[in-house]
Ligand binder design. Structure first.
Ligand SMILES: [Zn+2]
Ligand SMILES: [Zn+2]
Length: 240
């Protein structure tokens, strides 16, 4: 969580120099359950990768939710942010644990940019342009339906994809190899890149095998045409 703290501190200092803001994780945070004076921001459709801590299966999701509650004490010029990142479970394990997502640094920056924008609008009542919201980068293609059964946000009733909504406009696709990933603080072992990418979210190997299959079909059709034309010509002249 170091990186979240670092980037948040930088961004809030840029926006409101002199005001002191603290940020902490709270896994009991509930959507719309706010103390008086607190405001809420829910970042939807964040892209992140996951790894099972039991079987090392990896997957990715573009439906990760991050919930923030913010409060500003105007007199003291002090603010607090509580944050909850919703986790997902491995679908291959019989008794799965909730695994925390891994975000790229660029997506962490974008989520926190949006948070600071919301703080500006909701806590300081600054006029903000809602279109200024940073888009989350989808670093890899995700296919197939959202796995609600293994999603903590779905269980909490806040996951947008519960009704299979169309692809959101707040994200855009860019291949993963263009930027590095930020590992979670508690990462055990460093064999995250084992290539055992996911079936749920459409792995590249699946895409490649469908490509091979198409190429195979194409070659066979060409061969059939190549053989059929001379046979047809031969039969035509023989008949004459
Ligand atoms: Zn597993
Ligand atoms: Zn969900």
């Amino acid at each position: 969580m170091e990186i979240w703290q670092q980037i948040f501190a930088q961004k809030i200092e840029q926006m409101k120099p002199g005001d002191r803001w603290t940020r902490k994780m709270d896994y009991n945070l509930q959507s719309n359950d706010l103390d008086p004076g607190w405001k809420q921001f829910l970042q939807r459709h964040a892209f992140a990768r996951f790894q099972c801590s039991q079987c090392w299966h990896t997957w990715q999701s573009a439906q990760v939710n991050i919930l923030f509650h913010m409060h500003l004490d105007r007199k003291q010029r002090q603010g607090q942010v509580k944050m909850r990142i919703f986790r997902q479970e491995c679908k291959k394990c019989l008794v799965p644990e909730l695994e925390p997502p891994e975000f790229s640094q660029e997506n962490i920056e974008r989520v926190l940019e949006n948070l600071v924008l919301k703080i500006s609008g909701k806590c300081y009542r600054d006029a903000i342009n809602p279109k200024a919201e940073a888009k989350i980068i989808v670093e890899d293609q995700t296919m197939g339906p959202h796995d609600s059964a293994h999603c903590e946000a779905c269980r909490s009733g806040i996951c947008y994809m519960q009704q299979e909504a169309p692809a959101p406009a707040s994200t855009f696709f860019r291949p993963a190899f263009l930027f590095p990933r930020v590992p979670p603080d508690h990462q055990e072992g460093s064999d995250a890149e084992t290539g055992r990418s996911d079936a749920e979210t459409g792995s590249r190997s699946g895409w490649r095998s469908s490509c091979d299959w198409r190429r195979c079909c194409c070659y066979s059709s060409c061969l059939v045409i190549f053989l059929a034309v001379p046979i047809f010509v031969l039969l035509y002249f023989k008949a004459k």
